[in-house]
Design a binder for this molecule. Structure first.
Ligand SMILES: NC(=O)C1=CN([C@@H]2O[C@H](COP(=O)(O)OP(=O)(O)OC[C@H]3O[C@@H](n4cnc5c(N)ncnc54)[C@H](OP(=O)(O)O)[C@@H]3O)[C@@H](O)[C@H]2O)C=CC1
Ligand SMILES: CC(=O)N[C@@H](CCC(=O)OP(=O)(O)O)C(=O)O
Length: 311
């Protein structure tokens, strides 16, 4: 029997990218909503209850509404929005965190897919705290670069408009109240005690992220060098397919934030020396930062090879 899959929000940015990754799969039966009915609540209710797996690719309110429409206990949900990421009834979909996390994902009925910026911060921070290198009360700072598809259809339209505002040709610092919506999940998943000082930057390219932590080695347990931090992270992720650590280099070449666009890979690059360290997570906001991660999580939930359909 094929697994029935429904994408609520199928014509949005994340929904389309999920479709790209699973549309041709023979083990799945994709339930499609008629485009002109995509906001019809009764038609959505019917499809939401007819599927084995539902992807929610909607704004937060739409995702909450969709969950309230599900009456069938068999339906398993993967929510790409921020709505449920710190909800204790939901499993956080970052399998590389630990073996236990992957097992929780395998059994999840309600799965919250991580935020894109949160993915970048968590990939470096969570293992460093778990390994006792980064103190949980560290005053963490992070700046995170993203392509404009991170802002969904509306932002894509603005960046791709013919007579667009000239300011869009330069990097845009945003979230300047320092209250980005991913802070709660960043803290909940890593165990950080204080809110990180987190500054996102959007720029004039479609896909790709580079999220960078800046660390003072003297404030880390055991005062490791950057090379040692790199080695410990490489050990932590040594068995992973999608999360890798680049071998340490004293002076890496320029990092371009779109380097892993189109893939589900996330690469950690560690640089610096005896006194200071940076850790950059390089990935695709629509890959490991959203749709790729959602498909990886579905594969795990179905007990399949988690790389199925993913580059
Ligand atoms: N873009 C990205 O890189 C990432 C996005 N996300 C999250 O994924 C979710 C989807 O984002 P994204 O795909 O970028 O957004 P888009 O705006 O590109 O797409 C959202 C889609 O949802 C539809 N929609 C909105 N409200 C409803 C509703 N109540 N009922 C039915 N359909 C509805 C929209 O319909 P219509 O076509 O009529 O506008 C649109 O097609 C968001 O929560 C976002 O924060 C998470 C990680 C990364
Ligand atoms: C460029 C841009 O605006 N990016 C979005 C991130 C999109 C995202 O990750 O949203 P979720 O929390 O739903 O996952 C932002 O920073 O709010």
């Amino acid at each position: 029997m094929k697994t029935k899959v429904y994408i609520d929000g199928q014509s949005g940015t994340t929904g389309l990218q999920i479709y790209d990754r699973i549309g041709a799969r023979e083990d799945l039966d994709l339930l499609r909503i008629n485009e002109d009915k995509r906001h019809d609540i009764e038609e959505r209710r019917r499809l939401l209850n007819a599927a084995d797996i539902v992807f929610l690719c909607l704004p937060d309110e739409g995702a909450r509404e969709a969950v309230s429409l599900i009456e069938n206990d068999r339906v398993r949900v993967i929510d790409a929005s921020t709505a449920h990421r710190t909800d204790p009834g939901w499993v956080y979909g970052f399998p590389e965190l630990s073996r236990e996390q992957r097992e929780k994902i395998a059994g999840a009925r309600r799965l919250a897919n991580p935020g894109c910026h949160a993915t970048g911060l968590i990939a470096g921070t969570a293992p460093l705290i778990r390994m006792g290198i980064l103190p949980a009360d560290y005053p963490l700072t992070c700046y995170s670069l993203t392509g404009y598809t991170g802002g969904g259809k509306k932002m894509i339209k603005a960046y791709e408009a013919k007579n667009r505002d000239e300011s869009l040709s330069a990097p845009g610092l945003y979230g300047l109240d320092l209250r980005h919506k991913h802070l709660p999940e960043m803290k909940a998943v890593t165990g950080l005690i204080y809110d990180p000082v987190f500054l996102p930057v959007v720029d004039d390219y479609a896909q790709g992220m580079a999220s960078t932590l800046l660390l003072q080695n003297r404030l880390l347990h055991g005062r490791p060098s950057a090379a040692e931090v790199c080695q410990r992270l490489a050990d932590y992720y040594r068995d992973e397919h999608f999360v890798r650590v680049r071998p340490y280099e004293k002076k890496p070449d320029t990092i371009y934030a779109n380097h892993l666009a189109g893939t589900n890979h996330l690469e950690l690059i560690v640089g610096g020396g005896e006194e200071q360290t940076f850790v950059t997570a390089l990935f695709d906001n629509l890959g490991k930062g959203a749709s790729g991660a959602a498909v990886q999580n579905m594969n795990i939930m179905l007990g399949l090879d988690e790389t199925l359909g993913l580059e």
